[in-house]
Ligand binder design. Structure first.
Ligand SMILES: [Zn+2]
Length: 204
């Protein structure tokens, strides 16, 4: 049998694709890599100057961490960055959030120092501010992987078997498209196999 790929649906966050002639082991590896190993940008640290909203600091920080972000290529994982993980413009983006009540604070109220790093949806409500309530904070976003924290999970992905192949259902949970998630997962597997082959060759 020859490997055969059929795109059933490719619409924004959703990708449905059937693949023939791959093993169950490979399908499972692809699924695992797609949700746990693709670097995804999310708010990782929040420096709060003012918060007298109804939300305690921890809840406010958690809500910010769960907002899906869009980001451009080129960001480094902090642990692989030349700053040594301290955080610099190559590995982190800062989003300032300053708002006074009475008002609703939305994801779109965050002002990013990199205009390409933005909430994927500008209308996610974060907090309700009453008269006299204010928030002023800086959220620091960086890349991470789902294996370490769910906020960096790229997608929900599952597959079903039938017709001699696997049908993958991918739904991106970040600023990436479903197709991006699929391709990036395959790239990671390819890189890993190359690295593996290099090490094996060295030993033989
Ligand atoms: Zn850095």
């Amino acid at each position: 049998m020859i490997m055969e790929v059929n795109v059933v649906k490719n619409k924004g966050k959703i990708l449905k694709v059937s693949v023939k002639d791959i093993s169950a082991g490979f399908a499972n590896a692809l699924r695992r890599v797609a949700y746990s190993e693709i670097p995804v940008m999310a708010v990782d640290y929040v420096d709060i100057t003012v918060n007298n909203s109804g939300l305690v600091d921890e809840i406010l920080a958690h809500r910010l961490a769960m907002i899906p972000l869009k980001w451009p290529n080129g960001y480094q994982l902090s642990e692989e960055c030349k700053c040594g993980g301290k955080g610099c413009s190559n590995c982190t983006a800062k989003l300032r959030l300053k708002k006074n009540g009475p008002s609703t604070v939305y994801s779109g109220d965050m002002e990013s120092d990199d205009k390409h790093v933005q909430p994927d949806d500008m209308k996610i409500p974060i907090a309700e501010l009453l008269e006299g309530q204010n928030v002023d904070l800086v959220a620091v976003a960086r890349l991470g992987i789902g294996k370490n924290h769910a906020k960096h999970q790229a997608a929900t992905i599952g597959y079903s078997k039938g017709g001699g192949g696997f049908t993958f259902n991918i739904e991106s949970t970040t600023g990436l498209s479903g197709a991006d998630v699929f391709i990036r997962a395959l790239d990671i597997i390819e890189e890993r196999a190359k690295e593996f082959a290099k090490l094996v060759r060295k030993e033989l």
